[in-house]
Design a protein around this ligand. Structure first.
Ligand code: PEP
Ligand code: MG
Length: 953
């Protein structure tokens, strides 16, 4: 990297004009062996294209791409002209920095220089400097700016105590390249300072690379040293970069506004209060920079000039760099980014100008900002790194066909109803309490009217009740009082309203009660409706006819609250087929596609959509012929389902007389009777963690026993396969926090976790054994990956059986970790059965997070690698006379059923709603043909090839 040294600086020179100064520079560069004869022409040509004046009396003359061959070695030479040299446009240069650059190494130097440019009166100080050392000091002594931006704010961070919050703060600073390893440890040993209002301050200057401040709030109320802990500042201190912020913070605390920070729910609000860089909510786009020498002075100047044409703020940062964004209107700040060719610029513009500014800037950057640019190769590593979603997105065009992840079968036709949480932009301070009060009252009245309309239109009682609750919440006098107090303190209506709603919601959540948590979601819902009114952002009204709900992602509770009569289908931008929300959609029987990509969120409201939840296809504005075919298929499917329904209580046998047991997956004790009514021959998977989740605190022995007993009673002698508690990964238990892990899916979850809490595991086993009372109980352990884990769990159960004897007990494991499948021949000698959890088995076999926003489409359980693991498991089990079930989502996939039966799976366990269909599918096939199909599938190359084959079956 280029470094500045005193030897490079010549002091006290004079030049009558710019051309003489350039000549002096060229001679100096040549004399020092950096360039060949002729470089002067390059310096002159470059000035001819545009002045290299940087600001504060500094110019940076350099050659053109054509004279790059004349550069022997990259370097700089600095000439001081105390009398100044006219650089054109009346700009006087006191320091000319001549650059000989072979590549873009000089950008780092520019970064350093441009930091100095921010200094108050650098030009005259450079002019007065008496020695090279003094010049150097002036150039290098500029304080580094304190990093404080969206990435350094963590709100509602999961933390159990002060130390965990500190570690999270250190992590944010590390991610922003402010600190190196070792910082976290020194921070933990620092002396925390209480600031009042629950705010704490902690700092360290060890292992700091650039100054930065992180601010975090915990996800639940915490205490530290007997005082509340609602917000923590972690400072990576370097010099006095944080001075201004500290002063601002003190003033804030004196004004009694600390609570604004402690209760903040939006990062933007925190930054507004602290004066940091905030542009997170602004519209943005990403553009790769193709200029050969990166964003050096000339293209940067073009960018600045263009940005200045817009009446509003525009900010730029290097995508994925961890560094904050800078104003696109400041040349020095832009240069300080040191952007190299191939790096991606992320540009943010204020909402008011975004629609015109962003495309204009994008076009200018793509056209080279006044320079000729060679297109970037598509294999440019920086481009590959950029997520496709970061590039500007467009709504899928009419007539297009999109592939997404099939999450719940069925065909849905209807207009798109786009449900995205919009980012709201609002001032924190209001104009006057009276004015803000009127605005709020109008917004409340409007929302009340809207909700009253929804109450009238809702045909489903449970949903009507939700809206009635919303009306009650809107009228809650407590909110009114609190909001009023805030308005009087000068807050804007939007800020006051949201702070009150958010703090009430957070309070509800902190009580870890499932019902109250739902109420928190309701509160936020009405909070946003009112905020939307205040900010002039109207929610798009629901279409009257059944529609396709388009969302970014959906939580299981979102799905559970849907109005089945209005929502014909679900389409999400993110998520995977085996995420738990997809499982809920399937249970409700709503056709769903997930992981369709962010572009679907840009669909115009009411765009006609055709969604095929089985094939994973979405047709945008399909033509009539396609719609007709889909309707016919829909009718055919409904007919088949109807026929299947009539035989759901009969056992399932293939055409050649091979019986396959079809059982139900259950997540609560209440669903057992319904499952039996739907034709379940038993429960093949009881997800006991959902039973735990339904309780506000860990259920004790008696509570659990009662729950399990209810299931046995409903099953009337049919077997119950209960899985011991499987928490961790995407299934946290609110009252049983698990330390945060980098990779929770690869961490302490399932049996690994319960074996570490033997008391809890014993209580659960005891409850199951006691509830069985002679009825057929099968217990299986989740996430077993080794023989030792199985044996420990088995031995614990056997010990308890001595106390609580069993008449009909089998012990088995879930096969969902590839190692268990691969050692199935060993395990099969000891277990009574295997149940294959294809959701996790696929995730671990293909190394794709089952809920990954973009990859999960490829996490297909019909991948031949997964089928191979199933094959190994079944063969091993049958060799020992043991049975094998499949309880993952694959078991309900009509295309997968023949393959699983062909591989020899004895039992399929699916959601109650799918039982009739799966039984019907079994009846359609013959075992011998299914075996042949499976044998062929095992040798195929991809999941797509297997699906294509299965379609023909
Ligand atoms: C599985 O992994 O396939 C499974 C059935 O368990 P869960 O989806 O609950 O992780
Ligand atoms: Mg699993």
């Amino acid at each position: 990297m280029l470094e500045l040294t005193p030897e490079q600086i010549a002091m006290g020179l004079s030049a009558m004009d710019k051309s003489t100064a350039l000549q002096m520079l060229a001679e100096r560069l040549q004399a020092d062996g950096l360039v060949a004869d002729g470089y002067l022409a390059g310096l002159q040509a470059r000035e001819g294209q545009g002045s290299t004046y940087l600001g504060q009396g500094i110019a940076i003359p350099h050659g053109t791409p054509q004279t790059r061959d004349l550069v022997h070695a990259t370097g700089v030479r600095l000439l001081q002209f105390p009398d100044g040299v006219d650089w054109g446009d009346g700009q006087l240069v006191y320091l000319a920095i001549g650059i000989a650059a072979k590549s873009d190494e000089h950008l780092r130097l520019l970064q350093l220089l441009t930091r100095a440019l921010g200094e108050a009166d650098l030009g005259s100080e450079l002019r007065r400097a008496q020695s090279p050392e003094e010049v150097l000091k002036l150039l290098q002594s500029a304080p580094q700016e304190l990093a404080l931006d969206d990435q350094l704010i963590g709100l509602s961070v999961p933390a159990e105590d002060f130390d965990e919050l500190v570690l999270q703060g250190a992590r944010l600073l590390r991610r922003a390249d402010c600190v190196g390893s070792g910082f976290a440890a020194t921070l933990l040993h620092g002396e925390p300072l209480p600031l009042g209002d629950g705010l704490w301050w902690l700092n360290s200057d060890q292992a700091v690379q650039r100054p930065g401040l992180a601010y975090l709030t915990p996800d639940k109320p915490l205490r530290y040293l007997d005082q509340p802990l609602s917000g923590l500042f972690c400072l990576a201190s370097l010099g006095d970069a944080h001075q201004a912020l500290l002063e601002r913070l003190c003033t804030l605390l004196i004004e009694g506004r600390g609570r604004e920070l402690a209760r903040a729910t939006q990062r933007r609000a925190v930054l507004e209060v602290l004066g940091g860089d905030s542009q997170m909510d602004w519209p943005s786009l990403c553009v790769p920079l193709a200029n050969a020498h990166g964003l050096h002075a000339r293209p940067a100047k073009e960018l600045v000039q263009l940005a200045k044409e817009f009446d509003g703020e525009i900010r730029v940062r290097v995508a994925d760099s961890g560094a904050g964004a800078v104003s696109a209107k400041s040349l020095s700040k832009l240069l300080s980014l040191g952007v190299r060719r191939g790096q991606v610029l992320e540009i943010f513009a204020e909402p008011g100008i975004a629609a015109t500014a962003l495309p204009a800037l994008q076009a200018a950057i793509e056209q080279g900002l006044g320079e000729e640019v060679e297109a970037l190769p598509t294999s440019q590593p920086q481009l590959v790194e950029a997520e496709p979603e970061e590039l500007p997105l467009q709504a899928p065009a009419a007539g297009s066909l999109l592939q997404a992840v099939p999450a719940a079968p069925g065909i849905a036709i209807g207009p798109a109803h786009i449900h995205v949480h919009k980012a709201f932009d609002y001032p924190l301070r209001g104009e006057s309490p009276a004015l803000e009060r009127v605005c709020l009252q109008q917004a409340l009245a409007h929302v009340r009217g809207e909700i009253e309309g929804l109450v009238l239109r809702s045909e489903v009682k449970a949903i009507r009740e939700i809206f009635v609750t919303h009306l009650e919440m809107l009228a809650d006098p407590e909110f009114g009082d609190e909001v009023e107090t805030r308005l009087k303190q000068g807050e804007s209506a939007a800020a006051a309203w949201m702070t009150v709603i958010e703090s009430a919601a957070a309070q509800q959540e902190s009580l870890h009660d499932a019902l109250l948590a739902e109420r928190a979601a309701d509160l936020r819902d009405i909070g946003r409706r009112v905020l939307g009114q205040l900010c002039g952002v109207e929610e798009v009204p629901e279409p009257d006819e059944p529609y396709i709900l388009v969302m970014d992602e959906m939580a299981p509770s979102d799905v559970a609250r849907l109005d089945r009569t209005k929502v014909a289908g679900i389409l999400t931008a993110r998520g995977g087929a085996t995420s738990h929300s997809a499982i809920v959609a399937r249970a409700l029987g709503i056709p769903a596609l997930v992981g369709a990509g962010a572009a679907v969120l840009l669909l115009a409201p009411r765009t006609p959509l055709l969604l095929d939840g089985q094939r994973g296809r979405l047709a945008v504005a399909p033509d009539n012929a396609m719609l007709e075919r889909a309707r016919q298929e829909q009718e055919g499917r409904e007919r088949r389902l109807h026929e299947a329904e009539t035989r759901k209580l009969e056992p399932a046998q293939t055409r050649d007389g091979h019986a396959v047991e079809v059982c139900a997956n259950l997540g609560d004790s209440a669903g057992a009777a319904k499952a039996v009514a739907e034709g379940a021959e038993g429960v093949g998977l009881l997800r006991t963690e959902f039973i735990f989740m339904a309780h506000p605190q860990a259920p004790d022995l008696a509570t659990q026993e009662a729950d399990y007993r209810r299931i046995f009673d409903a099953l009337g002698g049919r077997p119950l396969v209960a899985r011991t508690l499987d928490v961790g990964g995407d299934k946290p238990l609110p009252y049983w926090p698990i330390p945060e892990e980098e990779n929770p899916f690869l961490g302490v979850r399932g049996v690994r976790l319960t074996l570490r809490r033997p008391q809890l595991m014993e209580t659960q086993l005891r409850a199951l054994l006691r509830a069985a009372d002679g009825r057929p109980l099968r217990i299986m352990f989740p996430m077993v990956g080794s023989v030792e884990e199985w044996r420990q769990a088995r031995d614990m159960t056997r010990r308890l059986c001595e106390e609580i004897p069993q008449a009909d007990l089998q012990l088995g494991i879930m096969v969902e970790v590839p190692s268990a499948a691969l050692i199935a021949p060993v395990l099969a000698r000891e277990v009574d059965f295997f149940s294959i959890g294809t959701n996790d088995l696929t995730q671990y076999c293909l190394a794709i997070d089952r809920g990954h926003p973009t990859l999960s489409a490829q996490a297909d359980g019909l991948h031949p690698a997964v089928l191979q693991l199933i094959d190994i498991t079944v063969r091993a089990a049958h060799a020992q006379g043991k049975w094998v079930g499949v309880c993952g989502e694959l078991a309900a996939d009509p295309l997968a059923v023949p393959l699983l039966v062909g591989l020899g799976v004895d039992e399929l366990s699916v959601s109650a709603r799918s039982i009739a269909e799966v039984k019907a599918r079994v009846r359609e096939i013959s075992l011998s043909a299914a075996q042949e199909l499976a044998g062929t599938a095992l040798g195929l190359e991809s999941a797509a090839a297997v699906r294509a084959l299965a379609e023909t079956f």
